[in-house]
Write a protein that binds this ligand. Structure first.
Ligand SMILES: Nc1ncnc2c1ncn2[C@@H]1O[C@H](COP(=O)(O)OP(=O)(O)OP(=O)(O)O)[C@@H](O)[C@H]1O
Ligand SMILES: [Mg+2]
Length: 412
C-alpha cells in the first residue's frame, strides 16, 4: 500500500477506505470502457483495411490480366466451313488455307455452324470465340433500298407478266388471309428470265414500290467475285436481314452466277459457288411458313440454272420477260418520251415499227439520243428525223460494242 493517500498518516477508518475503493473501481471501469471503445474502433479499422487490401489485390489481378491480354498475340480471323464433330471443325483462315481445328470448351455447340466467323489462336488455331454476324449493307454491297420509286406505270408492255408477279408476290404480302382461307401455301418467289435490258430489274423494283415492302437487292456475280469465300455467309445474312425487315422482297439479280448447274467441282472457286448455292437453297427452304418475305430472282441464262432452283417450292413461278413486240415498244417509247418536248410530226408508232429486236434499255437510249440530236441542231423540240438518226446511232453503237472488228475479221 505504497500509493495510498493516507501514507505516513493515521490510517483512516473503514468507511473512508470503502469510499476510496469505490472511487478507484469506478475509475477503473471508466478506463476499461475507454479501452473497449478503442479496441472496437481498431477492429473496425482492421476490417476496413482488410477489405481495402482485398480490393487492391483484385485491381492488381485485373491490371495484370489486362497486361497479359495486351501482350498476347493477335487472334486470327476465319470462317467455319464445316463441322466435323463435337469440338472439331474445319475453318478457312482469312489468308486462305483451311485447317482442321478444335474449338474452345466455352463455345456452345450450336454456335458452331458453317459460315459463321470466328477468331482463332495464332499458334494452335483453336477457335477462341464466335464473332457476331454483322449486317452492314454498305460493306457487303447489298443495295438495300427502303423503297424504290419505280412503279408499274413506268413499265411498258409486259401486262401479263405484271399480273403474274402481282399474284405471286404482291398478293401474298397484301392479303395473306386469302391464301389461308383457301388453304394453300402462298408462292415464295418468282424467277424472271429473259434477254438483257427487257425490264427485269425494273419489274422487281416496281413490285417493291407497289407493296411498300423493303427491297433488298444483291447481285449474284458480286457475291462470288467481290466477296470470295464469303458468299455463303452473305446469303445467310441476307436471308436473316430480309426476315428481320419483313415484309420484304429479296431480289437476287444475275442469279445464274451462283445458281449455275452443279457440275464436278474441281476448283475451289467452283466449290465456293456451290456452297453459296446450297446456302441459297437452304435459305429458300427456311421460309416455310412465312408469307412476308418474297424472293425474286432474275437471270438471262435460265438454261444454265441448277434444276434444284427451278423445282416447285423454290421459285414457284417462272416468268419469261421477252423482248418487246411492236405494241410493247410503243408503250415503252411513250413512257420514256413522257417528259420530252416532241414535235407534232413525231409518230411514235413508226419509231416502234423501226425498232424491231430492240429491248427496253435500247429504246430508252434511243429517246435520249434523239434529244441529243435536237440539242446539237439547237432546237428545243425533238423531231421524227431525230428519232430516225437516234435509231441508226444506237444500232451502230450496239454493233460496235458487241461485235468487235477483230471478231468480225476472224470470220472474214
Ligand atoms: N418494259 C420496259 N418499260 C420501260 N422501260 C424499260 C423496259 N425495259 C427496260 N426498260 C429501260 O431499260 C432500263 C434497263 O432495264 P432493266 O435493268 O430492268 O433490264 P434487265 O432486264 O434487268 O436487264 P439485265 O438482264 O441486263 O439485268 C430500265 O431502267 C428502263 O429504263
Ligand atoms: Mg437487271
Amino acid at each position: 500500500m505504497a500509493d495510498t493517500p493516507w501514507q505516513g498518516q493515521d490510517p483512516p477508518n473503514g468507511e473512508e477506505i470503502y469510499k476510496y475503493l469505490l472511487e478507484k473501481i469506478a475509475a477503473l471501469e471508466n478506463r476499461n470502457m475507454e479501452l473497449r471503445e478503442q479496441l472496437r474502433q481498431m477492429e473496425v479499422e482492421k476490417r476496413y483495411s482488410e477489405t481495402q487490401k482485398i480490393r487492391f489485390e483484385r485491381d492488381l489481378r485485373k491490371l495484370k490480366s489486362e497486361i497479359e491480354q495486351l501482350r498476347s498475340p493477335p487472334l486470327v480471323i476465319g470462317t467455319i466451313t464445316d463441322v466435323v464433330d463435337q469440338n472439331r471443325v474445319i475453318v478457312r483462315s482469312s489468308s486462305g488455307p483451311r485447317f482442321l481445328v478444335r474449338a474452345s470448351q466455352c463455345i456452345e455447340a450450336d454456335q458452331l455452324k458453317p459460315g459463321v466467323r470466328c477468331t482463332m489462336n495464332q499458334q494452335s488455331l483453336a477457335i477462341v470465340e464466335i464473332l457476331p454476324s454483322t449486317y452492314d449493307p454498305q460493306v457487303y454491297g447489298m443495295e438495300v433500298m427502303e423503297s424504290p420509286t419505280e412503279s408499274y406505270a413506268d413499265i411498258g408492255g409486259l401486262a401479263p407478266q405484271i399480273l403474274e408477279i402481282k399474284e405471286a408476290v404482291e398478293l401474298p404480302l397484301k392479303r395473306p388471309d386469302l391464301f389461308e382461307k383457301v388453304g394453300i401455301e402462298p408462292p415464295k418467289g418468282v424467277l424472271l428470265f429473259g434477254p438483257p435490258g427487257t425490264g427485269k430489274t425494273l419489274l422487281a423494283k416496281a413490285v417493291a414500290h407497289e407493296t411498300n415492302a423493303h427491297f433488298l437487292r444483291v447481285v449474284g456475280s458480286e457475291l462470288v467475285q467481290k466477296y470470295i469465300g464469303e458468299g455463303a455467309r452473305l446469303v445467310r445474312e441476307l436471308f436473316e436481314m430480309a426476315q428481320k425487315k419483313s415484309p420484304s422482297i429479296l431480289f437476287i439479280d444475275e442469279i445464274d452466277a451462283i445458281g449455275a448447274q452443279r457440275m464436278e467441282a474441281d476448283t475451289s472457286g467452283d466449290r465456293e459457288v456451290q456452297r453459296t448455292l446450297m446456302q441459297l437453297l437452304a435459305g429458300m427452304d427456311g421460309f416455310e411458313k412465312r408469307g412476308d418475305v418474297k424472293i425474286i430472282g432474275a437471270t438471262n441464262r435460265i438454261d444454265i440454272l441448277d434444276r434444284a432452283l427451278l423445282r416447285p417450292g423454290r421459285f414457284d413461278r417462272i416468268i419469261e420477260i421477252p423482248l418487246p413486240d411492236a405494241e410493247g415498244r410503243l408503250a415503252i417509247l411513250k413512257i420514256h418520251t413522257r417528259g420530252m418536248n416532241l414535235d407534232d410530226g413525231v409518230v411514235l408508232r413508226e419509231v416502234a415499227n423501226l425498232t424491231e429486236g430492240k429491248n427496253g434499255a435500247d429504246l430508252r437510249a434511243i429517246c435520249t439520243e434523239a434529244g441529243m440530236f435536237a440539242i446539237r441542231a439547237e432546237r428545243t423540240t425533238v423531231t421524227q428525223a431525230d428519232f430516225v438518226s437516234a435509231i441508226e446511232k444506237v444500232s451502230t453503237d450496239f454493233q460496235r460494242h458487241h461485235l468487235p472488228t477483230s471478231f468480225g475479221a476472224m470470220f472474214a
